[in-house]
Write a protein that binds this ligand. Structure first.
Ligand code: FAD
Ligand code: A2P
Length: 307
């Protein structure tokens, strides 16, 4: 196993007290088809600020939405994962992209609009916004990135960092294996499908596994989730996960990580995990959900960003 050398990063060049001003230069729907799950690709121009060329993929950019909450307090900062590669969107270091889902929810008959995500998705080209960052120190590709294989697990906008990482790995000419396991409700919700399908066509060592949760059921009646890919697609994943120089990255909804860890343990891929405490049984199939959540933690080969 090669040493995992993480790059030095600059953090918080701009804070909420003194944010930078960026200009929106791209804003388009980036799902397969239009669907109620509205997800947009946004690009910010940070020219003339200290943020040019400073974001590494895996880091996040902060956005300060204008206005105040119902108590009159200024809205808090929200973080968004950078989805452009380190050299910038389209190779331009002053352009930083992200992938935003309109966070809307109905609770007990009342419809709530997410403040910052809707603000961002409604921005027009040329609009100015206040941004902070970079944020994040560990969720990064190693400097020696070509020495590893990768399995990326994403649900929804968790795809954001992997778009940039996949661009970087293949531009660097990686010859090792890269698998992306992406989970979403319907086929219409696939994010960046054109880019990912093209990458799969072009590169034999890139594997794109789609886990669609609400169209079909697994044989036991359960849903297809990113973690079930470990059991459902062993043909692709087992050979990659069995290599000692493979790293796992997880991004997306909070809670998905425990299911991934449990299924890794069930298939004997313990190198990605650290056991905190001693489970009652030696057999991972016997572990309760409480044991899984309490005891299965990521090892140094596993990177997670869940929100
Ligand atoms: P908020 O206004 O904060 O509301 C949150 C949710 O609560 C919404 O669904 C809203 O409908 C609901 N709600 C509001 N008021 C109520 C109420 N009174 N009762 C019940 N429900 C209510 N998001 C992305 O889209 N893309 C990314 O790449 C991304 N990366 C992230 C990276 C990190 C490290 C972190 C921590 C978060 C990331 N997020 C990302 C999430 C993002 O930061 C925001 O949390 C998200 O956009 C929702 O913010 P909002 O202001 O739109 O919603
Ligand atoms: P479902 O909602 O059908 O249960 P989105 O961000 O667009 O909502 O997509 C999130 C995807 O992750 C959906 O397919 C959702 O399935 C799925 N999902 C929900 N809960 C989990 C979980 N605990 N682990 C992994 N995937 C999950």
């Amino acid at each position: 196993m090669p040493e995992i050398i993480l790059p030095e990063v600059e953090m918080n060049i701009y804070s909420p007290k003194s944010p930078a001003e960026a200009t929106l230069v791209e804003n388009y729907v980036c799902t397969a088809e239009s669907s109620p799950n509205i997800i947009r690709h946004l690009t910010f121009d940070v020219s003339g600020t200290g943020l040019e060329g400073k974001f590494k993929v895996g880091q996040s950019i902060g956005v300060l939405p204008p206005g105040a909450d119902e108590k009159g307090k200024a809205h808090k900062l929200r973080l968004y994962s950078v989805s452009s590669p380190e050299k910038g969107e389209g190779g331009k270091k002053h352009l930083v992209s992200t992938t935003v889902k309109r966070a809307n929810e109905e609770v007990d008959g009342t419809f709530y609009l997410g403040v910052c995500s809707n603000y961002l998705c409604n921005l027009k080209l040329g609009d100015k916004l206040k941004v902070t960052g970079p944020s994040g120190r560990r969720y990064l590709l190693p400097v020696n990135k070509e020495e590893f294989n990768y399995v990326f697990f994403a649900t929804g906008t968790g795809i954001a960092p992997f778009r940039g990482m996949i661009m970087e790995l293949f531009e660097a000419g990686i010859t090792n294996e890269v698998a992306l396991v992406f989970g979403c409700p319907y086929r219409t919700d696939l994010i960046y499908p054109k880019f990912l399908n093209e990458m799969e066509e072009k590169h034999e060592n890139f594997h794109y596994i789609k886990m669609i949760s609400r169209e079909d059921r697994r044989d036991d009646g359960s849903k297809y989730y990113v973690q079930t890919a470990i059991e459902d697609r062993p043909d692709i994943l087992d050979p990659i996960l069995s290599k000692e120089n493979t790293l796992i990255y997880i991004c997306g909804m909070k809670g998905m990580e425990s299911g991934i860890y449990h299924n890794l343990a069930k298939r004997g891929h313990m190198g990605y995990l650290r056991l905190k405490g001693q489970p009652e049984s030696d057999d991972p199939n016997q572990w309760s959900w409480e044991e899984v959540k309490k005891m299965l933690k990521p090892s140094e080969r596993t990177f997670e960003e869940v929100y």
